[in-house]
Ligand binder design. Structure first.
Ligand code: MRU
Length: 336
């Protein structure tokens, strides 16, 4: 199932807010609709957001060209800044926009040439992500024992990327090698990416998966036992601190206590050398309604206050290894 695809000037975006029960593709021709889709998590997951942003710049360039050559690059640059601001934490978004602006500057000033070059670059971003995921899958699968019981959080699968997945890519590769006994998927409150998306993906692939609520992870480690936790990342600082979906940090602390290896799988486009440590990573805070409501039903008293950070930061000291397409890195991390 494709997260994103481009045909004849239209970007098709799988609306992940409707999964697992409805498979609907948004047909997007305006870069503002891509921003909206990113903000409301119709497309989500760091690498998928990056690729969507790369295509959004193509749409922005097409619109900017309609007003002529005069001021074309200024209009494109202004739109690219809007795209780069759609969500703050996943660095792949700004990475893709910066990459597109470099390409546009090289091809300027001819709008037609800029648009062609931008589209080729967006396709290259997409293809490179799938390839990176396959490499990470192979490298990560080596780290898991036979009969592995693995826990994952949020959704770092094909849906969060351009295909195959980062953390789920490792699980896919390990399953293909006959190593996976069971995958435990955290439901991932408040928006349930684990329950809705990870379980959906793994069931479609016939990989054994058991859904748990986030609060069950400690009891799982203490009781049934677990061989590894593997998660994705939205931004990795130079010292190996990792921002990922809220709840990841708690899992890393639990893993340390129970002696369970804690792995992060992410492409190098998720590493932000400008962030020296986790304190330099902006953390998105979303609306309180996502916490007070469950699937659109209010579960808290009317007027209840709620805090909703969408991500947390796991210190590199709690991470066993970071798996990238350029190799597996161990602490102390120096990811410059
Ligand atoms: O808010 P989301 O659903 O975009 O958060 C996604 C995550 O936290 C993923 O774990 C991360 O982006 C890695 S995806 C390969």
């Amino acid at each position: 199932m494709e997260t994103l695809s481009w045909r004849d000037g239209v970007l098709y975006i799988l609306d992940q807010t409707l999964l697992p029960h409805n498979v609907v593709y948004l047909q997007v021709k305006d870069y503002r609709q891509v921003i909206e889709a990113i903000r409301r998590l119709a497309v989500r997951g760091a690498p998928a957001i990056g690729a969507a942003a790369a295509y959004a710049v193509v749409l922005a360039a097409t619109e900017a060209a309609e007003s002529g050559k005069e001021g074309f690059m200024d209009r494109l640059t202004a739109a690219a800044a809007e795209i780069g601001g759609a969500r703050p934490t996943a660095v792949n978004l700004q990475w893709a926009v910066k990459r597109q602006l470099r390409v546009a500057a090289e091809a300027a000033p001819e709008p037609g040439k800029v648009i062609r070059r931008l589209l080729a670059e967006a396709e290259a971003v997409f293809a490179a992500d799938v390839e990176a995921n396959r490499v990470m899958g192979a490298l990560g699968a080596e780290l898991l024992p036979r009969g592995a019981r693995v826990l994952t959080h949020c959704n770092a699968g094909g849906l969060a990327t351009c295909g195959y997945g980062t953390a789920l890519g490792v699980i896919r590769a390990a399953h293909a090698a006959g190593k996976i006994k069971m995958v435990y998927a955290d439901e991932t409150r408040p928006l349930l990416q684990g329950a809705r998306l990870t379980v959906f993906e793994l069931m479609r692939e016939r990989i054994p998966v058991t859904l748990i609520t986030d609060s069950m992870a400690g009891f799982l480690m203490a009781g049934r036992g677990l061989d590894a936790v593997i998660v994705g990342a939205d931004r990795i600082a130079a010292n190996g601190d990792v921002a990922n979906k809220i709840g990841t940090y708690s899992l890393a602390v639990l893993s340390k206590y129970h002696g369970v290896p804690f792995y992060v799988a992410a492409p190098v486009s998720t590493i932000d050398p400008a962030a020296r440590d986790g304190a330099g990573i902006p953390i998105e805070e979303r609306g309180a309604g996502e916490v007070t409501e469950l699937a659109g039903v209010c579960v808290a008293p009317d007027g209840a206050a709620a805090w909703n950070p969408a991500f947390d930061v796991t210190p590199g000291s709690l991470i066993t290894a970071i798996i990238t397409e350029r190799g597996v890195f161990y602490p102390p991390f120096e990811l410059n």
